[in-house]
Design a protein around this ligand. Structure first.
Ligand code: NDP
Length: 359
């Protein structure tokens, strides 16, 4: 019983510790992209995600070294931990919505999408959205490491696919926190509010669901896949990563230094004199090639454990397809309103939404 209770509160304690690290560690002060909904001023951010990640991992190692908590603790308490994260995610989301005035939407819509757009606290030292993504990412990392250690220690004939899966998820997390600043230029900041979708999404869904392929293959025997197949699975992931990271970086450089070449590609633009859209490189392949990249990364992670017939592993890429296809439609609507005829010209030039020549 004691184990269950400790497990339940493990994500709560992890989030408290990570919040403290985020608050006290030095960070870069960065001018963001979106504007304050009342003052119209561009918001500033304080970013130190990568330091919090590194220190979070070191503390996890230290706790194991001191024999306070075993390295695979998060695996051992995964079910009560999940219950704790669900409870916390729900409480947080309710707390971020109910006390604030409604914009006139039904309560259920407010609960799902939220009411506040970009809340910041402690003189901007903590931005709620960046905090959510940060603590969710670090807890996902600790879950992944804990699962990998458990598998490696438990099975003499361990499955290298499980370790590859953990390594790819680790890459995904480090990549996100290395390029944390670029996230400020994304849909989450431009269009989303803070409700259940983001709150529960980051505190519960992100750290527990994203590793579903590990959860579902952890305790299966080594399938002895040939090494070339493992290399192919990793290649699917990195092909996706190149598309996603490439597109995001190209757009970021275009926004901050519009003339600058990216990977030797000179920006080709469409303009109406007031607004400008990128229309070549990654942004000439399809209007959301980054989403295709993200889905391929999800497929690489699903395949990597070496059990493609275990249908659970596919939940992760399927979730991406659902999330990103609806997001593409929403974003196109927002862009159509914002850019008008310029957006029509862009969709004429770049016809495909996500997958070149197919969709
Ligand atoms: P985008 O990076 O595609 O951003 C969309 C915005 O970019 C538009 O609203 C518009 O904003 C601007 N834009 C669109 N087309 C052009 C163009 N041709 N030229 C210049 N600007 C353009 O999408 P997201 O913000 O949704 O996603 C960002 C990244 O995050 C993606 O890689 C995505 O896959 C990833 N992601 C990852 C998730 C995960 O869980 N791993 C979940 C969701 C997203 P504006 O008018 O302000 O310029």
């Amino acid at each position: 019983m004691k184990l269950q209770i400790l497990g339940f509160f493990t994500p709560w304690m992890a989030y408290a510790g990570l919040t403290l690290l985020h608050y006290i560690l030095p960070g870069r002060r960065i001018k963001g992209y979106v504007r304050h909904s009342e003052t119209g001023e561009i918001l500033n951010y304080r970013l130190n995600g990568i330091f919090v990640l590194i220190l979070g991992i070191l503390l996890w190692l230290l706790l194991a070294l001191l024999r306070w908590v075993p390295l695979d603790w998060l695996y051992q308490v995964r079910w009560p931990g999940l219950a704790g994260a669900v409870t916390l995610g729900l409480l947080f989301s309710l707390g971020m919505v109910l006390p604030y005035p409604s914009g006139g939407k039904p309560l259920l819509a407010d609960l799902w999408f939220g009411r506040l757009k970009n809340p910041q606290y402690k003189d901007g030292r903590i931005d709620a959205k960046m905090w959510l993504y940060l603590v969710g990412a670090v807890l996902l990392q600790l879950n992944v490491l804990s699962f990998a250690v458990h598998h490696y220690n438990t099975y003499a004939d361990f499955n290298p696919g499980v370790l590859l899966c953990a390594a790819l998820l680790t890459w995904f997390i480090w990549d996100y926190l290395t390029f944390e600043r670029i996230h400020l230029y994304t849909y989450d900041f431009i269009a989303e509010r803070l409700g259940f979708k983001l709150g529960f999404g980051c505190l519960t869904f992100y750290p527990y669901f994203y590793s579903v392929s590990l959860w579902s293959t952890m305790d299966l025997p080594n399938p002895h896949r040939p090494p070339w197949l493992t290399v192919c699975f990793a290649a699917v992931f990195f092909a996706g990563w190149s598309l996603s990271r490439g597109a995001n970086l190209q757009k970021f450089y275009f926004k901050v230094t519009p003339e600058k070449k990216f990977l030797g590609i000179k920006p080709e633009v469409l303009t109406d004199g007031k607004n400008t859209l990128l229309a070549n490189g990654f942004w000439g392949l399809s209007r959301h090639i980054n989403y295709l990249g993200e889905i391929l990364m999800g497929c690489g992670i699903a395949l990597s454990a070496g059990y493609p017939a275990v249908w659970w592993v596919w939940l992760y890429p399927v979730y991406y397809v659902g999330l990103l296809c609806t997001r593409q439609m929403d974003d196109d609507k927002i862009c159509k309103v914002k850019y008008g005829a310029l957006w029509d010209a862009y969709t004429k030039k770049v016809k495909y939404r996500i997958i070149p020549y197919i969709y």
